[in-house]
Design a protein around this ligand. Sequence first.
Ligand code: FE2
Ligand code: FE2
Length: 266
Amino acid sequence: MSEACLRDAALRIVASPVLVDKLRAPARDLPDDERVLDALPLAPARSESLAIRPAKQARVPPLAGLADPSQRARIVHALANHELQAIELFAWALLAYPDAPDDFRRGLVSTLVDEQRHFVLYQECLAEQGVSFGDLAVSGYFWNKVALLSSPAHFVCAMCLTFENANLDHAEATEQAAIERGDERLVSALRVVHRDEVRHVAFGWRMLDAFKGDDETMWDAYCARMRWPLRPELARGRHFDAEARRRAGFDEAFITQLAGATRARR
Ligand SMILES: [Fe+2]
Ligand SMILES: [Fe+2]
């Protein structure tokens, strides 16, 4: 089906249940003049095998499980599922914030195209083991937060400065575990993801800087737009890579605050 504008491409990604439709990039130079939608979807359309299940049905083994083929498949399947949700949510943001500035919308498109490439890299890692995406249950960790994303600033705080920010640490830890297992395909996928993630986090940083009030620090602006259960400690992994945050353009005050954010025990 031909698409007349960026909104149509974004709607196809969110509202088609067909996986290949979600993996096709918006055509270059699509006009962005028609932005408004009658009804914003609050969940993605999915085929039966990719229906979002409760988290307890899609548990992810710890990284030590990479040594065991069936656990490796579950870990990589979960990584691919994160990419799929990112693809859909960056497309969703194009539908949700029609009044957002052009540079925000351009950044959404370029990030979503990267997420489509990341998904395929993990899909290839699964194929190596004879596993197809959808063979295992998927959860909806990112989509479950969609009601909290009430503005473009809330969106970048959650997606770019929390989930993608945490992935700066998680991707590195997973890469280290994959190196130890000699899993070259997964190592090279994770390196691409990590490199691109720095750029995605940097996009979130620049956008929050543009959206925030002049009298707010970046840290205060970030915390003010995070609603429970989102919180700063979710924006980092166990090992905190300060250098990756510097490459993403963070200021030292923000890095210090994030380095000190630790997970509350339940
Ligand atoms: Fe990604
Ligand atoms: Fe990303």
